[in-house]
Design a protein around this ligand. Sequence first.
Ligand SMILES: Cc1cc2nc3c(=O)[nH]c(=O)nc-3n(C[C@H](O)[C@H](O)[C@H](O)COP(=O)(O)OP(=O)(O)OC[C@H]3O[C@@H](n4cnc5c(N)ncnc54)[C@H](O)[C@@H]3O)c2cc1C
Length: 469
Amino acid sequence: MKIKICIIGCGTFGSYLTKRLLEKHGDSIDITVIEIGNQKTQTESEIGLDSISENSTVSKDGRYFGFGGTSARWGGQVLFFDKRENSNNNATWNRIIDINDKHKNTVINKLLGGKEKYKLPQDQNNIKTGIWLKYNKRNLFNRLNKKNLKKINLHSDLRVVDFIFSDDKISKLICKSKKGQTKEITADIFYLTAGTLESCRLLMQLNKTTGFLNSTGLGENFGDHISTELFHIYQSAPIINGIDFTPHLYKGSLITKRMIVQTDDGIFGFLHCVFNKNIKSFKFIKELLFGKRTTTVTFSEFISGFIFLFQFVFHLFFKQKLYVDKNLWSLQLDMEQAFPNSNKLSLASNTDQYGENSLHVDWDISKHDIDSISEMRKKVEQLLRKNNLKYTPLYNPASTNNKVEDVYHPVGCLRMGHDEKAIVNYNGQVKNIKNLFHFSTGIFPSAKSINPSAAVCCFIEEHLENWGK
Ligand SMILES: Cc1cc2nc3c(=O)[nH]c(=O)nc-3n(C[C@H](O)[C@H](O)[C@H](O)COP(=O)(O)OP(=O)(O)OC[C@H]3O[C@@H](n4cnc5c(N)ncnc54)[C@H](O)[C@@H]3O)c2cc1C
C-alpha cells in the first residue's frame, strides 16, 4: 500500500518538497497538496488572512499566497550557513551548519535546475559567496512539470484550518474554502509548509486545544534581519580589501559576494553593495523582474538611461557581469536580531475572512539591535578609510530618524533544536506529534549572515535522506 502524504501549502518549500518527494519516492507515495491560493499570486488581504502588526511589515508585505507562495516575488538569493557564523561553538548551530554543509551542493543544483553541476567556491576570510537565481528559476512551483502535477492531488482555494488527533498522531485535517465549505483530508504523514507566520499561527491554534507544545517556545523569539543603508561610496570600483564585489553571471544567474560582519558580543550580519540605485532604467528592469504590475519610472526616464542600458546589456552579454555605475554605489548592512529576544507571535482575538483568529506580530527593533548597527557602522567606516574610499555616511548613530527595516527573513518562532523549548527537531518533526513535519525559516534561531531560504531546503534534503529509517 502506498503511503499517504499531505502537504499543507504549495509555496517555496511545499513545492521544493513535493518535487523532491516525487523524485525520491514517487512510486511508493500518494501526495495530496492543500493550497489556500491558486495560479494568481495574492497578498495577505487579497487572500483573506489578517494580522495585527504595529512595527513590522513582514505579514503584509513579506509573504504571498498562491502556487509558489512567496517565491513568486522573492529575490532568489541562495546562501548557506557556515562555520564562520558559529564562533562560540553553539551545539544547535553546529548541527544546523553540518546539515547545510552536507546538502548545499544538492540544493544549489536543484535550484539552478540545469544538468551541469555547480559548486560554490571555497570562501576566504569573511567573504561569503551566494547565487542570485535567474528570474525564470525563482518561482519554485514552476519546477513541477506536467508529469509531476499529474501524480499529485492538488486542491487549490482551500485553507487548512484545523488538525484532528488520535493518540500522538494527526489523523486528518479540516480545510475550509472562502465560501465556508469544509473538507476533511486524511493521510499518514503531514507536512506543514504554509510559511513561517501561518504555520506558527496554525500550531498556536492547535496548541490552544491540545497543549502539546506548552513546554516549547512556540511563537517566541521572533526575529528578522534589520537592514539599513550605511554609506554612499563615490567614484570607485566596488573593491574592498582586494575583493571585487561586482556580481558575475553564471548561466543567467548572478554569483554575488557579501562580507560577514560580527559585533563584539557575537551578533552576526552582512555587508553588501547596492548598485545603480539612482538609475531609473535599472529601477525599471528590477521592478519588471520582481513582478510589479506598475512602475514608478516614466518612459522618458527609461529612455534617458540609454547609455546605461547599453552598458548594462554589453556587460551582461560580453563581460558576463553586472554593469556597475562606479560614480555612486552604497553599502547596506543587514544585522540579525539576537536570540533570545522579546519579540513574539500570538493569536489575536479578531478574526479574518475565514472566521479564523488573526495573527498578532509583536515585533520591534530593540536598543540592542540599534547598538549592534552603531558598532558595525563604526567598524565599516574604519574599513572604508583603510581602503581610501570616498564616502558620505547615511546612517547617523545620534539620530532616531534612520531608516531601519525588517527584510522578510522571519526566524526563531518555530525554532529547531534538542532542548526542551525547541519546537521541531533536526528532522523537521514537530514535538510530541509523530507524523507532523514543518519546514520554514522559522526553524532557525536567528538569521546570521544569509538570506535563509536555501538553508531550509537542506533540512528537507536531510529529512528525505532519513525517510523510512
Ligand atoms: C520581497 C522578498 C524578497 C525575498 N528575497 C529572498 C531571497 O533573496 N533569498 C531568500 O533566501 N529569501 C528571500 N525572501 C524570503 C523567502 O521568500 C521566504 O523565506 C520563503 O519564500 C518562504 O517560503 P515558505 O514555503 O515558508 O512560505 P511561502 O513561500 O509563502 O509558502 C507558503 C504557502 O502556503 C500557502 N498557505 C498559507 N496558509 C495556508 C493554509 N492555511 N492552508 C493551505 N495553504 C496555505 C500559501 O498560499 C503559500 O503558497 C524574500 C521575501 C520577500 C517577501
